[in-house]
Design a binder for this molecule. Sequence first.
Ligand code: SF4
Length: 345
Amino acid sequence: MKLSKSQILSFQKSILEFHQRDCAVKPWKTDHNPYKIWVFEVVMQQTRMEQGLPYYERLIKKFPTLYDLAHAEEDALFAVWKGLGYYSRARNLQFTAKYIVKELSGKFPSSYDDLLKLKGIGEYTAAAIASFAFGQNVAVLDGNVHRVLSRFFGLAKTIQSTTDKRYFQDLVNHLLFKGKSAIFNQAMMDMGSQVCKPQNPNCENCLFSNDCKAFNGDKIADLPPKKVRPVLKERYFYCLFVEYKGKVYLEKRSENDIWKGLYQGIVQEGVKLDLKFWEEKDIDVTNVDWSGWQTQTLSHQKVFMKIGRIKVKENKAYTSQLVKKADLAAIPFPRVVSRFLESTV
Ligand code: SF4
């Protein structure tokens, strides 16, 4: 999309005015620390601010520096992350912290291109760190920024395909106020989250309303267009918590599969109970009172799980460890399990 100089200047003027008038102070804003910005942005992915902020604060309290995170036990990290979901983000966070400490002598890369090379850091996070921490002239493109641009310029495109994403990235790069990238980026994201919201945008108080194509063309409900949802693979599990003398057998998921590093009871995969599986483990499941199907939607899978409990009189040698029942609350379980346990305490 070709923009005239006056279009760019007018857009920049409005966004800077919005920043002065309405932008919220971010918790890391005062020190421009790349580590804190990184943690903040990773926590906030697919999470609302009210939900994510306490997690960010707990993570920074527990692991105040890159070194603390790099040297932490995975279980300790997962314990703080518990409830946020998407544990692969936490695992990548720690992998990259270790890499920076070991391979880069603890020095955070400052360029967008070098940041992009790090595991778990995509275009959005690299742009956020490069601009917020190091003042680089890189524009951030997230769902909020995309929505503002789609509506303001009347562009009926998602950012699902690489081509469309590149289109919007080029557009926002053109609009970026060079030398004030941090302010510009923060204002664009806040504009999308606070004013140009997905539902009921506050157009009456929007500094962009005079020139906004969606507002003036009555197209707000149509822009941006809805994303095409991927078809989710369905998986079914039975998860049994076997209790012995006030302790519960737990397995840690170690396969390269969903929920790697999280804990569970003894688990059988399949839509039907596989009695042979349980017989081999010497567990009689005929009288287990299974829950109904509990569900959790992951990025590419929909999980259905029945959860049950059973007490045994013998200390069996399962490939699992015994954990006191009282300690279960601190154990990182998949969300579908922890939600069920919390609701049945
Ligand atoms: S006028 Fe409404 S739709 Fe247009 S940018 Fe402002 S809030 Fe968004």
